[in-house]
Design a protein around this ligand. Structure first.
Ligand SMILES: [Zn+2]
Length: 134
């Protein structure tokens, strides 16, 4: 279960920032990319469990989905997954979530109709914002 080590890593990193700056963590905002292979509800639940006894215990933690950015390497246009996935069947969508590289074989650029994509954003989980009371 890599959600567990991911969430532990986030809590450690935020805790370190807080102790360096000597502040209390008021709130943390975390974004989960739509092409990241993480279950957002699981991430949310783990954060609430693992924050106990850390400097994040009293913090308000929000976890929100983040849209992907997929760039067409042929014409340079940037799309999000939903825009490209319109004509894709739901089975294929499932597969792309497991293996985003499949986007190249399942989808074409709506602008130039080539299939050379690079996923720029939306595959990872990141800390968007940390608010300290320092
Ligand atoms: Zn294109």
């Amino acid at each position: 279960m890599h959600e567990l080590s991911l969430v532990q890593g986030i809590i450690d990193a935020v805790g370190e920032t807080a102790s360096e700056k000597g502040g209390r963590v008021l709130s943390v905002k975390i974004g989960v990319g739509e092409l990241a292979q993480f279950d957002i509800n699981l991430v949310r639940g783990l954060l609430n469990d693992l924050k106990k006894g850390t400097s994040l215990e009293g913090a308000r933690i929000t976890v929100e989905p983040e849209k992907s950015k997929v760039k067409c390497l042929s014409c340079g246009k940037v799309w999000n997954f939903q825009e490209l996935a319109g004509p894709i069947s739901s089975d294929e969508r499932e597969m792309i979530h497991l293996l985003p590289e499949l986007l190249n074989s399942c989808s074409r650029c709506p602008s130039c109709s080539k299939s050379y994509f690079e996923i720029e954003e939306g595959r990872s989980v990141r800390v968007i914002e940390v608010v300290l009371d320092a």
